[in-house]
Design a protein around this ligand. Sequence first.
Ligand SMILES: Cc1cc2nc3c(=O)[nH]c(=O)nc-3n(C[C@H](O)[C@H](O)[C@H](O)COP(=O)(O)O)c2cc1C
Length: 167
Amino acid sequence: MQPLSHIDREAWRFINSVSIVTVSVDGVVNAMSAEWCAPVSLKPPLIGVFIGEERFTRAFIERAQTFGVSLLAEEQAWIGRVCGRYSGREVDKLAEFNIPTEPAQYIDAPLIAGAAAQFECRVLDRRVYGSHMLVVGEPLRAIGNPDKQAIAYSRGRFYRLGEELPE
Ligand SMILES: Cc1cc2nc3c(=O)[nH]c(=O)nc-3n(C[C@H](O)[C@H](O)[C@H](O)COP(=O)(O)O)c2cc1C
């Protein structure tokens, strides 16, 4: 297998949703944008998120027993930008950028208010694959908002969902 540096940039055409992963350790809360966050299993329901080794979130998720996943809605791309541009090492993102949050029921970290969907997860497993750690979580609570549309992210840009393709 060839390393990523030898992969044609044009091959990187993945389209992902945008989640905000929230983690709380010793009363400190951090929020990070994650496009690599996806379902892993339906029975039981499991969610996986990949956290890069340089992320402030990485040390948090290595210690935390729980984490939150909030799938951003159309008017929330700005939250994806700031939580993906700044590090919790330098700034308290939630406070500094007035990111709307609400308390969770089963986990310490808050969730993003007004999100398209929210998951409160218990850490089930962690495994390192190269630069990223896959953290698998079991949702203790999952809430979707039918009035909100989730957004997409591809090659550094945010999109709203377009037309459904005909069969
Ligand atoms: C839309 C978007 C999606 C991102 N997805 C991921 C991801 O899935 N995993 C990851 O490790 N970093 C991802 N990043 C980069 C981190 O969010 C970024 O490095 C962030 O500043 C890390 O914050 P932290 O240092 O407070 O943990 C993404 C960035 C953006 C803008």
